[in-house]
Structures are given as C-alpha cells and as structure tokens.
Design a protein around this ligand. Structure first.
Ligand code: C2E
Ligand code: CA
Ligand code: CA
Ligand code: CA
Length: 279
C-alpha cells in the first residue's frame, strides 16, 4: 500500500508543477490585464416571464489574453480571489457594467438594471458601500439599477462588518442577491443570517427538471419559501424548452439560461422598436 502511495505521489508531481505554473502565469497576466483595463464584460439577460424584451442583465467578466488566450472566469476568478486582485477586478467590472446600464437606459428610456458578481473578499475591506456609491455617481446610475450578487457565499461570514455593509447598500436602494443558492456555496443558514432581496437557484436544480419529479418538488418548495420571505427568485441555467415549460407552470418569474440568451457582448443587443427594452 505504501509503495502504491509513493507511486501515485510521483505520478501526480508533474501535473502539480504544471498546475502551479499555470496559476502563476494567470496571476501575472491578470495583473497586466487589470493595469491595462483589458477585461471585457459579457451580458446575459435575466428574463421576466411576461416580457418579450430585456431590462435586466448579469455582467460576467471575460478575458482574452494575448499570451494565454481566452481564460474562463471559473479559472481566473479564484486566482484573483487568492491573490488580492479581486478588489481591483470587481471595481473595474462594476464600473463597466454600470456605464453600460446608463447607456442602455438613455437609449431605451427604461431603467436598465445590472447584476454584478461580488466575491466574499470584496467585503473584507469594509468599504464596499462607499465604492458602490462612487461607481453609481460616476456613471450616473441610480441605486435601484444595481443588484449585487454574492458569489461563493460560503465564504461570506455574517460578521457585523459584513451585515453592516449589506444593510448600508440596501438602505441606499441597491439590491442584494445570493448566488448559487442551494449548492454547498449558499445554504439556508446564509439566507437566515444575511439581508437579501433575491436568491438565484443554481443550474444543478433545474437540469432535466421536466423528467425529475424530485427536482420539481424541491423547486416548488423553494418558490413557497421565497414567497414567504418576500424574496425574489431567479432560476439560472435554463437550457431546454422542457425545463422552461415546467418553470412556467410552477410560476417562476425570472430566468436565465442559454435557452433564453447566452452571455454576449453588449453590442449584440439592440433597442427594441417600442423602446421597452433590449433584444
Ligand atoms: P455565476 O455567477 O453563477 O454565473 C453563471 C455562469 O453560468 C456563467 O459562467 C454563465 O456563462 C453560465 N451560464 C449561463 N447560462 C447557462 C446555461 O444555460 N447553461 C450553462 N451550463 N451555463 C450557463 P461564467 O461566465 O463562466 O462565470 C463563471 C463564474 O465566474 C460565475 O458564476 C461567477 O461566480 C464568476 N464570475 C464571473 N464574472 C465575475 C465577476 O465579475 N466577479 C466575480 N467575483 N465573479 C465572477
Ligand atoms: Ca452570478
Ligand atoms: Ca450562479
Ligand atoms: Ca456559480
């Protein structure tokens, strides 16, 4: 058994070294990209069941590096979080998204809202409300145009400074969403302890919901819970018409997913003819 253990350790070593080099390269290049303000943002609509065009979008960071090529946020966000770059990254994405919301609002004469992902680390400094206030002021957006999505919320510990910041944001009119609700990352205890306006259900609860009775029951129970709590529910990752039909039938109001629209560059949306939003 010991021999086997050693053999396995040896076999893993080159992989580990490679992995380290990759992470180090990402950190270096990310630093360069942030200095150059070179990250992009893609937008995915948060669709409303009764509306045909969109007034609400999630901002998702995108990075195409000249040396590394396209790097997924699933890879570079954890690096940013671990290396202290997440604060700068978060500020840049938030400003970019709010500028876009302001532009779309002018074009449509509707109040366009953006959801911006915020990592636990961004609540560490204690100055998120001030940062948000500055970004709103500089972009000309009103607070109700911003929803802060708390990602990796398992790392969001409901300490007094965290609760104080979330309360300050809400008092100003910014809404708070719990991302990936139901995955280990975001549990009932987080919902119990943090002031939130919206919960986002992870795709794993929606996949094949049309053929999985247990998932339907679970989602139906979550809907009742959010109604009781007066919390908005957004269902993520809707990919098939079958999944959508079940969600419609259950009365889900807000959905995101490839079926409705993939995350794309802002320039791919256009103002609807009646200016009621974007298409
Ligand atoms: P998330 O916030 O849960 O975002 C949803 C992810 O699911 C996005 O991946 C989106 O492209 C993808 N998605 C949307 N619809 C569908 C669908 O129908 N099917 C499937 N399979 N996937 C779908 P993406 O853009 O790769 O982002 C991954 C994660 O990276 C995000 O997950 C979020 O946690 C994080 N992230 C992205 N941008 C930022 C950012 O600006 N700041 C922070 N802190 N985190 C970010
Ligand atoms: Ca999110
Ligand atoms: Ca999510
Ligand atoms: Ca996620």
């Amino acid at each position: 058994a010991k021999r086997q253990g050693r053999a396995r350790w040896c076999a893993y070593t080159p992989d580990l070294a490679q992995r380290h080099a990759r992470l180090a390269a990402i950190e270096d290049r990310l630093r360069v990209a942030l200095n150059a303000h070179a990250l992009d943002v893609h937008y995915q609509p948060v669709s409303h069941a009764e509306q045909t065009c969109w007034q609400r979008f999630e901002a998702l960071a995108r990075w195409n590096d000249p040396e590394l090529g396209f790097v997924s946020p699933a890879e570079f966000i954890p690096v940013a979080e671990a290396s202290g770059l997440i604060g700068d990254l978060g500020r840049q994405i938030m400003r970019r998204a709010l500028r876009q919301a302001a532009q779309w609002s002018r074009q449509t004469r509707q109040r366009v809202t953006v959801h911006v992902n915020v990592s636990a680390g961004q609540l560490q400094g204690g100055d998120l409300p001030a940062q948000v206030e500055a970004a709103l002021r500089d972009t000309g957006c009103v607070p109700s145009q911003l929803v802060v999505e708390l990602t990796e919320s398992e790392a969001v510990v409901a300490t007094p400074p965290v609760i104080r910041q979330l309360n300050a944001l809400r008092a100003a009119g910014v809404r708070i969403a719990l991302d990936d609700f139901g995955t280990g990352h975001s549990s009932l205890s987080v919902l119990e302890q943090l002031p939130v306006d919206c919960i986002k259900i992870d795709r794993s609860f929606v996949r094949n919901i049309d053929v999985t009775q247990r998932r339907q029951s679970l989602l139906s129970a979550i809907l009742k819970m959010t109604a009781e709590l007066d919390t908005e529910l957004v269902v993520e990752g809707v990919e098939t018409p079958g999944e959508r039909a079940v969600l419609d039938q259950l009365g889900v109001q807000f959905m995101q997913g490839y079926l409705l629209c993939r995350p794309v560059a802002a320039s791919l949306f256009q103002v609807a003819d009646d200016r009621s939003g974007l298409i």
